[in-house]
Design a protein around this ligand. Sequence first.
Ligand SMILES: C[S@@+](CC[C@H](N)C(=O)[O-])C[C@H]1O[C@@H](n2cnc3c(N)ncnc32)[C@H](O)[C@@H]1O
Length: 217
Amino acid sequence: MPRAEETLTKKAYDTVADVYADRFTATEPEQPVELAMIDHFAGLLHEPRRVLDAGCGAGRMLPYLAAQGCRPEGVDLSPEMVRRAQSDHPDYPCTVRSLTDLDYPDATFDGVFSWYSTIHNPDDDLDSMFAEMVRVLRPGGHLLVAFQVGDGMRRVGQGFAALGYDIVMNRYHRATPDMVARLEAHGLEVTAQLERSPVPSESDPQAVVIARRPQNG
Ligand SMILES: C[S@@+](CC[C@H](N)C(=O)[O-])C[C@H]1O[C@@H](n2cnc3c(N)ncnc32)[C@H](O)[C@@H]1O
């Protein structure tokens, strides 16, 4: 049974999938320091560097991960975002699934990449999302999580509303130390953290955390 917030999020991304995919085709919004964190993450992974792009959206980060030597594949809640990922990036497998209930065997991936994909779920969902991400990560593998810094929930998507799309999209902001503590509670060892101030096109600070599943964990 879908979680209430996921029903809203899925509907919103299904509605705006084409405008989102046409607007962000690659790494236009990322700052060099964030790309450096992704490069660092890719460099930590063991061969074959199979990576789950967890919440891949329309797949814009898949070619970037591949260019860093990863073998990425995607999963996303929104069938319309996955449709665009499959059509725009046919070299990479992408499927529809919630991060709270992944359809992969244990220890499938060398890396799990969550690029702004936990931001629409409330705190109550985070533990089931991270439990699944850790389950599909092999011991010694690495998880990367990117998110907006802050606290509380914001109603977002006004840009889409201005274009005439009738959507409800909520975004949950988190403090970096809280995110670190939550990952540690799942048995992960945090190995890198970035928090940066917003650039002019943004309203909030941004964070990236990388954590490792211990070999015996
Ligand atoms: C801000 S977009 C980021 C998409 C992509 N990572 C990118 O950077 O372009 C958030 C994505 O997470 C997906 N998402 C949100 N909650 C999810 C969940 N519980 N399970 C799977 N995907 C989810 C949404 O459908 C959406 O495609």
